[in-house]
Design a protein around this ligand. Structure first.
Ligand SMILES: C[S@@+](CC[C@H](N)C(=O)[O-])C[C@H]1O[C@@H](n2cnc3c(N)ncnc32)[C@H](O)[C@@H]1O
Length: 196
């Protein structure tokens, strides 16, 4: 499904970064950032432009090819890695930041990847997440239509436990206008924090 969607001529979620990510001041951070479920690379390319060494991880090889296309267009370098988040692992304390935007997976994969993020972040490293929450089903403006694929703030806070110091951990209702498939008033959850 993702390969078909990402082969469409237009960039599915646009070429500009996610609004929530772009709203954050990341100037105190540097180093290696992993963008998980990164699709066609709009966030990875943005972060590379800020000076981070970025790896975009996704299951879709077509998405990763489009990531390289966008990186070349913007004159930045992004590493790409084709991987299934269900079995993806991060080396302990190896990365300075993790970004996961609209990365919706079934619960067992979500739980696994959250454990890997906690393990893989260096102390002080940052984590940014925005995704649709369960209430989004009624909005019909994008995202999965299956409850089990959607986030809840409570579940996220439970998964990350005491490992993170949150600067923002909130439910929001906002206009998401990020490509043809994410278009309109939406129920999202947003996290921005650092590893303790
Ligand atoms: C809605 S898109 C978001 C893309 C990107 N983060 C953005 O904001 O533009 C969801 C992405 O998750 C990826 N994905 C879904 N399940 C995955 C899995 N198990 N492992 C790796 N990537 C996955 C899809 O290939 C797709 O690129």
């Amino acid at each position: 499904m993702w390969n078909e969607r990402f082969a469409e001529p237009d960039f599915t979620y646009g070429k500009e970064p996610n609004d929530f990510l772009a709203s954050l001041n990341l100037s105190e951070f540097e180093g290696q950032v992993m963008c998980l479920a990164e699709g066609q690379g709009r966030n990875a390319v943005y972060l590379a432009g800020l000076g981070f060494e970025v790896t975009a991880v996704d299951l879709s090889d077509v998405g990763l090819a489009r990531t390289q296309e966008l990186a070349a267009e913007r004159g930045v370098e992004v590493h790409t890695l084709q991987a299934d988040l269900g079995i993806f692992t991060l080396e302990a304390a190896s990365v300075d930041g993790v970004v996961m935007i609209f990365g919706h997976t079934p619960r067992h994969i979500r739980a696994h990847i959250h454990r890997e993020i906690i393990k893989g972040l260096k102390p002080g490293g940052f984590f940014v997440l925005e995704g649709y929450r369960k209430e989004q089903i009624a909005y019909k403006t994008g995202g999965p239509s299956v409850d089990g694929m959607l986030y809840s703030l409570e579940e996220l806070l439970e998964d990350f436990g005491e490992s993170m110091e949150w600067r923002l951990a909130q439910n929001q209702e906002r206009e998401v206008v990020e490509g043809a498939y994410h278009n309109g008033l939406a129920a999202v959850v947003q996290l921005f924090g650092t590893k303790r």
